[in-house]
Design a protein around this ligand. Structure first.
Ligand SMILES: [Fe+2]
Length: 268
């Protein structure tokens, strides 16, 4: 069993570039192509939010067209750059648990784990917050499964030493972390949002932010100036060991840098 966790794909409309610079749609299409052709096949792809950059219809159309090339089930959640209604309208057909959903909150039993997918977004805000209904639902699901549990959400529930991103993490993450003390079979909380791979632990529970497929954000503990960098895009791949432990690693993609016109032709 191998699950790829992609994050922060930030699709733009077809023919456009992120910040008029980065050809994210081409990068993301190439990443799906690479995942489709790994020597060890991928059994499922999770995307942990910010699937589009602005939540517009053309961006979701581009995202759906490219994600639809994946040769395995997709499990999607939204991020602060998404708009929930448009996310559900355009992407639910690609994610079976979302087909009849009015919100982003669902459970999948996979890889000998119960996977919980939850919405941590607040409309029109970059920071995250979990509703009481979501917290209650997570607690209920934890009480209803004997399998180890992994939670997928966009905003990390605690600080990860990023002066830029920590102020806009999940503002009431402590309420989710309280469940770590209550339920010993909660194994990990896997997020996006930070555009870089970080790992920490809370009460023995792994708290992980996945790298982005679009642009990477450097982790500076003191410099909060928003900035990004062109590191090689990557994802996390979660695997199952013979003795039923989840083993995760960072998988780097070849960087497709887009097609450029020769300078004598003109244009980008
Ligand atoms: Fe993002």
């Amino acid at each position: 069993m191998r699950i790829a966790q992609l994050s922060d794909m930030h699709f733009v409309a077809q023919g456009e570039r992120l910040y008029d610079s980065v050809d994210v749609n081409a990068h993301n299409a190439d990443i799906i192509h690479q995942l489709n052709h790994l020597i060890d096949p991928i059994d499922a792809i999770i995307v942990s939010g910010d699937i589009t950059n602005d939540g517009t219809k053309p961006q979701y159309q581009a995202a759906a067209k490219i994600l639809n090339y994946a040769r395995c089930p997709l499990y999607l959640i939204n991020g602060n750059h998404d708009r929930t209604a448009a996310f559900l309208e355009h992407l639910a057909p690609l994610c079976e648990p979302l087909l009849s959903a009015e919100q982003v909150r669902y459970r999948v039993d996979l890889a000998k784990r119960t996977l919980l997918f939850i919405d941590s977004t607040v409309p029109e805000q970059t920071y995250g917050q979990l509703s009481q209904a979501t917290l209650d639902w997570v607690a209920y699901q934890l009480s209803q499964t004997s399998l180890p549990v992994a939670i997928f959400m966009h905003h990390p529930p605690l600080a990860l030493n990023s002066a830029h991103m920590d102020p806009i993490n999940c503002q009431n993450g402590d309420k989710l972390l309280a469940l770590c003390e209550q339920f010993s079979h909660l194994e990990g909380i896997y997020c996006g949002h930070n555009h870089c791979y970080t790992t920490t632990f809370y009460q023995g529970v792994a708290i992980v932010s996945a790298p982005a497929t679009s642009i990477q954000i450097p982790v500076y503990q003191r410099d909060a100036t928003p900035s990004y960098q062109f590191d090689q895009p990557s994802c996390l791949i979660h695997t199952l060991s013979d003795d039923d432990r989840w083993v995760s690693f960072q998988h780097h993609f070849q960087l497709f840098q887009g097609v450029r016109r020769f300078p004598w032709v003109g244009g980008k």
